[in-house]
Design a protein around this ligand. Structure first.
Ligand SMILES: *Cc1c(COP(=O)(O)O)cnc(C)c1O
Length: 389
């Protein structure tokens, strides 16, 4: 049977797939089973932050795999400790808890927020306000946190204690907050929700409002973190200080990792046996993440991410079919005339791996992408848009 036939027979259909089986990659280029070449400006939804099979990353990972591949969390791990120090020092946060995915990192943040409030104020102050159009994961609790009705189906009962508000208007937040509110959880740029960039003044006002009331702010940087927006974390672009920050997608450079960072105030909330995961802080994964962080945290690397993003935006804005570009760093939403899903599928046929978010085309290219490669990607998009008219 072919790859596609085996997949259809044996894998549960939780995703609609493009008709391509990828077998190898190098940098921004992926190859399918027939040896056909694709430019990938999606990087596995922002995961392959240094592109496919980056040399230094491969070396770090393979070296660790042949040194010690796993130990339980009952033992110390130099790779995990080193990664934790880097993340804390670079972000100004105090402590980190490692997991294996974005949803898990968010679950951890939710647990910390609720326990902080329980320890300090007792039972009942456990409500978390999230935003309309947000996306926080696929576990029962993170689905509950996700502020989109389409996700609140089939799997009843969902975790209680979430309230959804429209972003952008402080009076809406003020009305939603009550004595039961323990946290606000948000993405500074909603990724799955359509690349919606939060207004800077609103973000600042929200953080100030919450700080005055000891309401924690959880920033979900699963998609925006690790250099994607031209700063190590997007909250740096906003000049705000979250109580909790979550990261995942780009952090491992292609291996599964989640991280929940907290500030000093929350550093002592979680105690032995309040949280855990067998695979969390795996040394091979952490070796990859250490390499990613060492690479992307350099000031000139981050400046290049923003500069290349601006260059890409310039190219996109020249296309007549492009109505608007929503962008920070190399996180890009493209408003177009026409159906984004049809256009993305056509782009894949034409050798460009691109994804969508709601009704926009979305680009999350490897942060290492070169200007010529961006130009090549836009040129495929340009001819595809003509073809789709
Ligand atoms: C992808 C994503 C998640 C979920 O991450 P998983 O690793 O798929 O669990 C959560 N929040 C945001 C903002 C995301 O983009």
């Amino acid at each position: 049977m072919t790859t596609k036939e085996l997949d259809n027979k044996y894998i549960m259909h939780t995703y609609g797939r493009y008709d391509v089986a990828l077998v190898s990659g190098s940098g921004v280029t992926a190859f399918d089973e027939d040896g056909r070449k694709y430019i990938d400006v999606s990087s596995g939804i922002g995961v392959n932050s240094l592109g496919y099979c980056n040399e230094g990353w491969v070396e770090a990972v393979t070296k660790q795999a042949s040194t010690i591949q796993h130990m339980s969390n009952y033992f110390y791990s130099p790779q995990a400790s080193a990664l934790a120090e880097k993340l804390c020092k670079l972000t100004g946060m105090a402590k980190v808890c490692f997991g294996n995915s974005g949803a898990e990192a968010n679950e951890c943040a939710i647990k910390i927020a609720r326990k902080y409030s329980f320890d300090k104020y007792g039972e009942g102050r456990n409500e978390i306000i999230t935003l309309r159009n947000s996306f926080h994961g696929r576990t029962v609790t993170t689905l509950s946190a996700t502020g989109q009705d389409v996700f609140h189906n089939f799997f009843f009962p969902f975790t209680e204690g979430f309230k959804y508000i429209e972003a952008g208007d402080m009076s809406v937040l003020e009305n939603a907050v009550s004595g039961k509110t323990c946290a606000v959880m948000l993405e500074l740029i909603q990724g799955e929700g359509g690349v919606n960039i939060m207004d800077m003044d609103y973000a600042k006002a929200l953080f100030d409002f919450c700080a005055e009331r000891d309401i924690l702010v959880i920033v979900d940087e699963v998609q925006t973190g690790v250099g994607r927006t031209g700063k190590l974390f997007a909250f740096r672009n906003y000049g705000v200080k979250p109580d909790l920050v979550t990261a995942a997608k780009g952090l491992g450079g292609g291996l599964p990792i989640g991280a929940c960072l907290c500030n000093d105030k929350l550093g002592g909330v979680m105690t032995p046996s309040t949280h855990g995961t067998t695979f969390g802080a795996n040394p091979v994964v952490c070796a990859g993440a250490n390499y990613v962080i060492d690479t992307v945290s350099k000031e000139d690397f981050l400046d290049e991410v923003e500069a290349k993003g601006a260059y890409l935006e310039g190219l996109l804005r020249k296309l007549p079919e492009v109505k608007n570009v929503r962008r920070m760093g190399l996180m890009v939403g493209i408003e177009i005339d026409g159906d984004a899903h049809d256009i993305a599928a056509k782009c894949v046929e034409n050798g460009l791996l691109i994804i969508t978010a709601k009704d926009v085309l979305r680009m999350l290219p490897p942060l290492t992408i070169k200007r010529e490669e961006l130009k090549e990607a836009v040129s495929i998009l340009k001819s595809t848009l003509k073809e789709c008219k």
